[in-house]
Design a protein around this ligand. Structure first.
Ligand code: BG6
Length: 369
């Protein structure tokens, strides 16, 4: 039920903080992960030499975030693959490969077939899924449920943040299993994770009105670009996907470093560009590089909306508009930056008079290949 909300999507975006909190609930105790559902795979966690994440759509971008976390915290190489591309070549799999499927519905046929293929080839399979008892979890060796609650709007929002949260939990678990994370070294990461819901709540409360105004002004826009780097890159892709799905506007996400290798040719006066800006506080931060990307595109006439940390002064002079997110660790910023982009897609669709819950030509779960 919409319970007074104008759309399921608006309700579901407002539930993003809760989706993270519910996915974490009971799973982090005294600096360690407590996830009984992962027991069937625990004996192999120390031995796996590769992780392959399989997903489609929004779930694929959550999978990309999982790659950054698993590589950083568990030091296992991760490939993220579109399910429908995966089995139509000759993927290399072994019993030391952990295949992690990510699917809100657990019914996406492309992902189901890819999981079956991986299983038959001897890989271990873990399903990250939001719908209890769905088909993909039943075909997997273990299941890590997201607890985002029912998601009705066709385009995924709260399930995305829940999927990323589940992948971060998995990354912590793998890091522990391999002796790389101790309760002490995991503590700051766990603190970051558990403080996300409150921070995200404030992002949504503080930015939604402004974003709605920006969306209204942009209702005639023909094309919007999204730039990000590192964990901001999947967020750029997600922002672009939402705009295509909901507002039928041409949108593309780019890794900001790729700009000079092609996409900068697209920039002409008035081009709207969202930029996910990494915090300047982290060591080795890509902040200066992203700020200089903003300057480059603005010099060519782009209108830039930056999503940047509170207190980041450098973006104020370079961007046209700054949406603020609270301070967070480098791996956690994307889960704060994504909500304004979800709101933007939704509000732009609403400004165009479109049905945000049921976009044309799309289905919530695609059960054909
Ligand atoms: C699409 C939906 O067709 O399937 C997207 O429209 C979704 O919103 C994608 O991200 C994957 O779905 P699922 O259920 O496998 O996460």
């Amino acid at each position: 039920e919409k319970g007074g909300w104008p759309s399921f999507m608006k309700k579901e975006i407002s539930e993003e903080p809760e989706a993270i909190a519910n996915t974490l609930r009971g799973r982090l105790v005294d600096g360690r992960t407590v996830i009984p559902e992962l027991e069937p795979l625990e004996p192999v966690f120390a031995d796996i030499d590769r992780v392959v994440v399989l997903a489609c759509g929004t779930a694929y971008y959550a999978g990309m975030l999982g790659k950054y976390a698993i590589e950083a915290w568990a030091r296992i190489p991760v490939d993220v693959e579109l399910s429908h591309e995966f089995r139509y070549r000759e993927p290399v799999l072994s019993e030391r490969t952990l295949v992690v499927s990510v699917s809100q519905s657990g019914e996406t046929m492309d992902t189901l077939m890819a999981v079956k293929y991986a299983s038959a080839a001897g890989a271990r399979t873990l399903s990250i899924c939001n719908v209890q008892g769905a088909t993909i979890p039943r075909e997997s060796d273990a299941i890590l449920y997201t607890h985002a609650g029912p998601e009705v709007a066709v385009a995924s929002t709260k399930a995305f943040v829940a999927q990323a949260t589940a992948l971060y939990l998995l990354a912590l678990k793998l890091g522990e299993s391999r002796g790389l994370l101790t309760p002490e070294s995991a503590e700051p990461l766990i603190d970051e994770l558990t403080s996300l819901p409150e921070k995200l709540q404030s992002v949504i409360a503080d930015s939604s009105e402004r974003i709605a105004e920006l969306a209204k002004w942009s209702a005639d826009t023909q094309s919007v670009l999204f730039l990000g780097r590192n964990v901001g890159y999947p967020i750029a892709l997600e922002g672009a996907l939402k705009l295509k799905e909901l507002a039928y506007i041409h949108a593309e996400g780019f890794a900001a470093g790729e700009l000079k290798h092609g996409p900068i040719a697209l920039i002409e006066p008035g081009q709207l560009v969202f930029v996910v800006v990494p915090s300047p506080r982290h060591t080795g931060s890509l902040h200066p590089k992203v700020v200089s990307n903003i300057q480059e595109i603005r010099a060519r006439g782009a209108r830039v909306i930056a999503i940047a940390e509170l207190g980041d002064a450098a973006v104020v002079s370079s961007a046209d508009e700054v949406i603020r997110i609270p301070l967070a660790g480098p791996m956690f910023e994307p889960l704060l930056a994504v909500a304004p982009l979800h709101v933007f897609g939704m509000e732009l669709a609403a400004a165009k008079g479109l049905d945000v819950d049921q976009p044309r030509n799309l289905a919530k779960s695609v059960t054909v290949e």
